[in-house]
Design a protein around this ligand. Structure first.
Ligand code: BGC
Length: 753
């Protein structure tokens, strides 16, 4: 397709039309110029292609496809290669179904555990989220199918998601909420992005030039197209002007006409419309040149892949006394309706019409003759006495009771948020009743986000299965009985209780606004800074074997730019082959800036046989040491000492090394309002201000012995630290003029040039 030529031959009407969908799932063709229509369909953990009646809430049936574990789980694999494999399976499925772009992955940060859509999001940490999303994107796109990274940006709740304004300061946006997308854009280069419904600081994402053009295209160098979330278009003309290419789904002729009129009356520069149309043509060209007609897929093979991915994604939270894996011919009872009817995916637009489903009860038949009791009804909170009595009896008669518990669909979904973090009361009731008769309890959790566990001390073992996809039941059995060792680690913190969470006082906000008052202190950044106990920390996950970390080394003791290699040896000291995720955190040791205690800046996963030692290596760069500095509107690598931590979780730091980071001090933009404390950070400032600060002599302990008894040098320094330059006139007894102070200000700016 000769994009430039086609663009030059298109009429204004055709151009306007191309910036809206044809219908719910297709782009508009321009038949006379040979531009085909392209289909987009939902993902991200399977293909939801609707042939007939379209909707964006997963209401009407779609074609049969394989449902993989949702993002909340796959992020816990910390495994880029695995996510590429998953992406590639999705890409092949799209090829077979003639779908050009599969919507997702979703890289929104888990700001609060209450967000109803957290099951579709990866992490509370932007580095992990960005890396995993990028791998997903690379996997899909290497099959010649596009992705749509969503929901850009700051869509961190479902309450009023279509209208709320997320009020977020610049640093927090850059370091947390945008950073997740930045990693995915730079590491994956998605064909498209999907802008969010909400406003950011008062402006809808779909018409936000700062977001769609300055940041996305300007700062990150993105070249692809942006579409709206379904119905996220507010003012289409403003949208096109801001850097939006495609309104989805089609809203009618009115918006085409609005664009045409805006060009005709010079409200919208035609060159800006052309830019949008060119990006749309480039996208359709990508589809046309990469589409492989007649591709077929093997759903059974994909089902097995789904089981493997689920195994790598589940997290063993607790295993006191080595209750797991279940060995020998123990009498095992499976208890809980989820053993038979697992909840393995979430509700809403990502809902897959599964090709098949394996429950844990199906899968266990070939491994162990378990007894089964349903124990509770999935819907509702009410205790079913008969089911509970039967379950307690089964638990009492067994040697191990495996309780399948979690959140029903009604508790969490696209479209609404939770208002508490507890499991249904009937499930907690069942757990307590079982705990009264059986000590060997394993809880297997099916949930898309953390829950409170007031019962945690009553059970020796907990396996977090998340929403494990259609083959999740098989994966649970593989892990329970030790066919493989669990290896996932939490991509989010499990807090003790809801009121501990950083956004507790500001979620989901009032009618129009939600203030992100906790700033950059999201997830473990908050709990670590507050030195708070948590239920299970970010990065936590147990194994059936043990690992010893040794020999942490850096490629240099000083760092200025380029790459800094961090290596650590890990030995499998147990008797089972297993994988270990090594987390690398960076901790500023003498930062002037207020910064999180530690931040994840690298990770690696290694497979080790019993007794084997392997080396995990990650590379750090300038960004690993930087924070977003609002005075320069850029990243700044603060010089100083940093600890590099090799960790098994954010609260299990195994080894620490130190590096000295060198950089030019930050330029201080000196004005009459700048304090002397800030001025003193400028090299050479002391000499420049000496003539001015000498008037503080009246407080100067060294010069005035009478005052010296009452006022120490420290006090004078403290007073100066927060005194703006202009205030010095008041202490000079009329000797300093404004002009003289102005000259000092100029000099201080000059010496920094
Ligand atoms: C969701 C998107 C989804 C779209 C199309 C919207 O409601 O927010 O994630 O891709 O519908 O179904």
């Amino acid at each position: 397709m000769d994009v430039k030529k086609i663009l030059s031959e298109m009429t204004l009407e055709e151009k306007a039309k191309l910036c809206q969908g044809l219908d719910f799932w297709h782009t508009v063709p321009v038949e006379r110029l040979g531009v085909p229509s392209m289909m987009v369909s939902d993902g991200p953990h399977g293909l939801r292609k609707q042939a007939e009646q379209a909707d964006h809430l997963g209401v009407n049936e779609s074609i049969k496809a394989v449902c993989y574990p949702t993002a909340a789980g796959t992020a816990c694999s910390f495994d880029r290669e695995l996510l590429e494999t998953l992406g590639s399976a999705l890409g092949k499925t799209c090829q077979a179904e003639n779908v050009g772009v599969i919507l997702g992955p979703a890289a929104n940060i888990k700001r609060s555990p209450l967000c109803g859509r957290n099951f579709e999001y990866f992490s509370e940490d932007p580095y992990l989220s960005g890396e995993i999303a990028a791998a997903h994107i690379r996997g899909v796109q290497k099959e010649g199918v596009g992705t749509s990274l969503k929901h850009f940006a700051a869509n961190n709740q479902e309450t009023r998601r279509m209208s709320v304004s997320a009020e977020i300061d610049e640093r927090t946006l850059r370091e947390i909420y945008l950073a997740s997308f930045e990693g995915a854009v730079k590491g994956g280069d998605p064909w498209t992005l999907m802008c969010s419904y909400n406003k950011i600081n008062g402006t809808y994402s779909s018409e936000n030039p700062w977001l769609l053009t300055d940041v996305l295209r300007g700062d990150w160098g993105y070249k692809g197209a942006v579409m709206t979330d379904w119905g996220a278009c507010n003012d289409h003309v403003k949208g096109v002007a801001a850097g939006l290419e495609l309104e989805m789904p089609r809203s009618g002729d009115e918006n085409d006409q609005a664009v045409i009129d805006a060009v005709k009356n010079s409200q919208l520069d035609e060159a800006v419309l052309d830019r949008a149309v060119e990006r749309m043509l480039n996208l359709i060209n990508l589809y046309e040149t990469n589409h492989r007609a007649g591709e077929t897929i093997d759903l059974n093979e994909q089902h097995h892949l789904a089981r493997r991915i689920a195994r790598e994604s589940m997290v063993l939270l607790k295993n006191d006394g080595g209750l797991l894996p279940i060995k020998g011919n123990k009498k095992v009872a499976f208890i809980g309706r989820f053993a038979e009817q697992p909840r393995f995916q979430g509700g809403g637009s990502s809902h897959i019409n599964c090709s098949e489903e394996t429950s844990a009860l199906d899968a266990v038949r070939s491994v162990s003759a378990v007894t089964y009791a349903a124990g509770y009804d999935i819907a509702g909170d009410t205790v079913n006495e008969a089911l509970e009595t039967e379950a307690v009896k089964a638990a009492a008669e067994a040697e191990v009771a495996v309780l399948f518990l979690g959140l029903p669909d009604a508790f969490e979904s696209e479209g609404y948020d939770r208002d508490h973090m507890r499991m249904p009361a009937c499930q907690e009731h069942l757990l307590n009743a079982v705990a009264a008769v059986q000590k060997n309890i394993v809880v297997v959790l099916h949930n898309g986000a953390p829950i409170e566990m007031p019962w945690v001390d009553q059970v020796p073992a907990i396996l977090e299965a998340y929403l494990g996809g259609q083959a999740g039941g098989g994966a649970v059995v593989d892990l329970l009985f030790g066919a493989v060792s669990p290896c996932g680690k939490l991509a989010e913190t499990f807090p003790v209780k809801l009121s501990d969470t950083p956004s507790y006082l500001n979620f989901p906000g009032d009618a129009e606004h939600v203030v992100y008052a906790e700033g950059v202190y999201v997830g473990y950044r908050y709990y670590d800074k507050k030195e708070m106990p948590v239920l299970f920390p970010f990065g936590h996950g147990l194994s059936y074997t043990t690992f010893v970390y040794s020999n942490l080394r850096l490629s240099a003791d000083n760092y200025k730019s380029g790459k800094l290699a961090v290596s650590v040896d890990v030995t499998n000291t147990g008797d089972m082959a297993a994988k270990e995720i090594v987390e690398i955190y960076v901790r500023p040791e003498n930062a002037v800036k207020d910064r999180p205690v530690r931040e994840l800046k690298g990770f690696a996963k290694i497979a080790l046989a019993p007794g084997e030692t392997g080396t995990a290596t990650v590379e750090l760069d300038e960004r690993s040491f930087s924070y977003w500095e609002t005075t320069i509107h850029d990243w700044y690598m603060e010089p100083g000492k940093y600890a590099i931590e090799a960790a098994a979780s954010s609260r299990d730091i195994r080894l620490t090394a130190e590096v000295e980071v060198e950089n030019k001090p930050l330029r201080v933009n000196v004005t009459m309002d700048t304090t002397f404390g800030d001025v003193m950070a400028i090299p050479g400032a002391k000499e420049v201000v000496a003539d001015v600060t000498k008037f503080m002599g009246m407080f100067n302990a060294e010069e005035d012995s009478a005052a010296g008894e009452a006022i120490s040098t420290e006090m004078v320094e403290a007073m100066l630290r927060f005194m703006p330059i202009h205030n010095m006139r008041s202490f000079s007894d009329g000797k300093l003029t404004r002009e003289e102070l102005q000259r000092v200000v100029e000099k201080l700016n000059q010496i920094q040039e």
